[in-house]
Design a binder for this molecule. Structure first.
Ligand SMILES: Cc1cc2nc3c(=O)[nH]c(=O)nc-3n(C[C@H](O)[C@H](O)[C@H](O)COP(=O)(O)OP(=O)(O)OC[C@H]3O[C@@H](n4cnc5c(N)ncnc54)[C@H](O)[C@@H]3O)c2cc1C
Length: 74
């Protein structure tokens, strides 16, 4: 099976889908929103990246997982 040729800026493979990966991908998209990087993120958690710094607040401050969600459009 053929795949499309890589875009002009090339390919990035990010291993791990945590906060830093999320910020990295957001930065790549901000700098080249169209025809930019072809990004593949390999994560080993069953949920989308979230704000792990505030994880304790699920218990201490009654926050919900949705409160910790990072921008899903990235
Ligand atoms: C309860 C708690 C409270 C915290 N409080 C603070 C705080 O107050 N201030 C602060 O600065 N920091 C705090 N931290 C630390 C902060 O969460 C981390 O510094 C931050 O999450 C690091 O982001 P990261 O994206 O580099 O790594 P991580 O958030 O650890 O994300 C890495 C991701 O990569 C995945 N991964 C790893 N190896 C592989 C692999 N081989 N293949 C695929 N996926 C892989 C992991 O499963 C994970 O999803 C806290 C952490 C916790 C748990």
């Amino acid at each position: 099976m053929r795949t499309a040729p890589p875009p002009a800026l090339g390919r990035v493979v990010v291993v791990g889908a945590g906060m830093v990966a999320h910020r990295l991908v957001a930065g790549l998209v901000e700098r080249a929103p169209q025809d930019g990087w072809h990004v593949t993120v390999l994560g080993d958690e069953p949920w989308a990246p979230y704000d792990r710094v505030h994880l304790s607040e699920l218990v201490t401050a009654g926050r919900t997982p949705d409160d910790l969600a990072l921008d899903p459009t990235v």
